[in-house]
Ligand binder design. Structure first.
Ligand SMILES: Cc1ncc(COP(=O)(O)O)c(C=O)c1O
Length: 449
């Protein structure tokens, strides 16, 4: 038996994989990765694959990046972890200071956690508890956008609108108010702002009808990633901030997938010129090395919790690994890499190359939309372009692209009918061409019949 096959069999005997119908692995091969460097993953037998999706959007500067690896290993020989209640350490303080410096003005406090979903949970609890602490106990509702995704724990799932992920758990979940997404699917760019403005009017109605009852609105700024890389313009963020101020509703920006340069600016909110009341960050925070997340908020919010213990106004929430020193070292090293060169400028060139590489798809009869925001490029397969008919999700055409690309040495992971690139920022033009070739070949195959 081959080395790859041996580890697959051992795996399938004991593991349960994330977001997976395990029966699929009766016909779908697991990829056993034994090492990785830059954008490349290597299996147990030496075959290499480009990680075109940055390992679920976490990796920024390549796998086993020398600078980050060294920082983590040095930290590991000094202090690996210590609880963060009643204790502090230099890496966590330095990281918090840096995050306050690089995030939009007004985000002055950092609460650390360990995953994207836990950051979302914290932001919901903090918002709710803030209103309670200032005597507005009638505020118990959250607003979300249709097609949004904020994680899989019960609170995060509640404020998402990812039907397939959510259906089975509905009886356990909070019920959010759902505003229509400003998603500009298949619209020409020049119509994006008008579309977004219409969707703000819908949101205004929800705010008006539920005045005094809403804690916060939670959004994924500019790109609804898990919802199929659906995109909308910065003007929506600007209008949304104004609306939140008018109705005194918190704005929670979930920058977990789009933060750290993904959309062309360090944080997507910057493009709308807005600062949220809460900003959730994770994924790229540690360059893809270690699980860590944070919720950033204002001194105003912080002050509403600051009181004598017995008032029970404090935020009594914890995760064992909060402020983990190894994760802090990885995050600090990642931020240093942003300081060492103009990553955002270099990414603009890479983004342009990605778009050029897939340009033959513009005329493809089964491509209904090509969209890009910074280092996220998505193409959507459709049954018919004019009038547009979408493929039934049950046909699982994206899986055909996945299988084809894997055979070509490219790890893509289409979301339904959406094939996308979200590579580490160290990808080069040759690798971009390989990614594009694999995606285009896969799309040709998947859209036959
Ligand atoms: C926008 C957004 N929020 C939250 C999450 C959840 O993060 P995690 O998987 O680390 O819990 C994700 C994960 O993909 C995400 O894309």
């Amino acid at each position: 038996m081959s080395k790859n096959e041996a580890i697959r069999q051992r795996d399938l005997a004991v593991l349960w994989h994330p977001t997976t119908q395990m029966k699929d692995h009766e016909w779908l091969s697991l990829l056993p990765v034994s090492s990785a460097q830059g954008v490349w993953l290597e299996d147990m037998e030496g075959k290499r694959y480009i990680d075109a999706i940055s390992s679920w959007w976490v990796n920024l500067f390549g796998h086993t990046n020398r600078h980050i690896s060294q920082a983590v290993s040095e930290q590991a020989s000094r202090l690996e972890h210590v609880l963060l209640a009643g204790v502090t350490h230099e890496p966590v303080v330095r990281l918090a200071e840096k995050l306050v410096n690089i995030t939009p003005a007004g985000l002055e406090r950092v609460f650390f956690a360990d995953s994207g979903a836990s950051a979302v949970e914290i932001s919901l609890k903090m918002s709710f508890h803030y209103w309670r602490n200032i005597g507005e106990e009638g505020r118990t509702r959250f607003v979300t956008l249709s097609n949004s995704y904020h994680g899989d724990t019960l609170g995060a799932l509640s404020v998402g609108d990812a039907g397939l992920f959510k259906q089975a758990y509905e009886p356990l979940l909070m019920e959010p108010l759902v505003a229509p997404s400003p998603d500009c699917f298949a619209l020409p760019r020049e119509q994006w702002d008008a579309h977004a403005s219409n969707k703000l009017s819908d949101l205004r109605k929800i705010f008006a009808q539920n005045e005094g009852e809403i804690c916060a609105v939670i959004i994924e700024p500019l790109v609804q990633c898990a919802g199929g890389m659906r995109m909308y313009p910065p003007s929506y963020l600007t209008g949304l901030r104004a609306l939140c101020d008018e109705y005194r509703v918190h704005l929670i920006a979930d920058e977990i997938a789009v933060g750290f340069g993904r959309t062309g600016t360090m944080f997507a909110c910057e493009q709308g010129g807005v600062s949220p009341d809460f900003m959730c960050i994770s994924k790229g925070l540690t360059g893809g090395y270690l699980p860590m997340s944070a919720v950033m908020t204002s001194d105003k919010v912080y002050a509403a919790f600051y009181d004598e213990y017995t008032t029970l106004r404090g935020f009594l929430h914890s995760h064992s690994y909060t402020g983990n020193a190894l994760a802090c070292a990885a995050a600090l090293a990642t931020l240093e890499l942003f300081e060492q060169r103009d990553v955002l400028a270099d990414n603009r060139l890479l983004a342009q190359q990605m778009l050029e590489a897939i340009s033959p798809l513009r005329d493809h009869e089964h491509i209904g939309d090509i969209r890009q925001t910074g280092m996220i490029l998505a193409v959507e397969m459709v049954a018919q372009r004019e009038p547009m008919i979408e493929y039934d999700w049950k046909q699982r055409r994206g899986m055909k692209v996945y299988e084809y690309a894997m055979a070509q040495g490219v790890l893509l992971r289409p979301i339904g009918n959406v094939v996308y690139f979200m590579p580490p920022y160290v990808v080069n033009s040759e690798e971009i061409n390989l990614m594009a070739k694999a995606a285009m070949g896969g799309i040709d195959l998947a859209t036959q019949g």
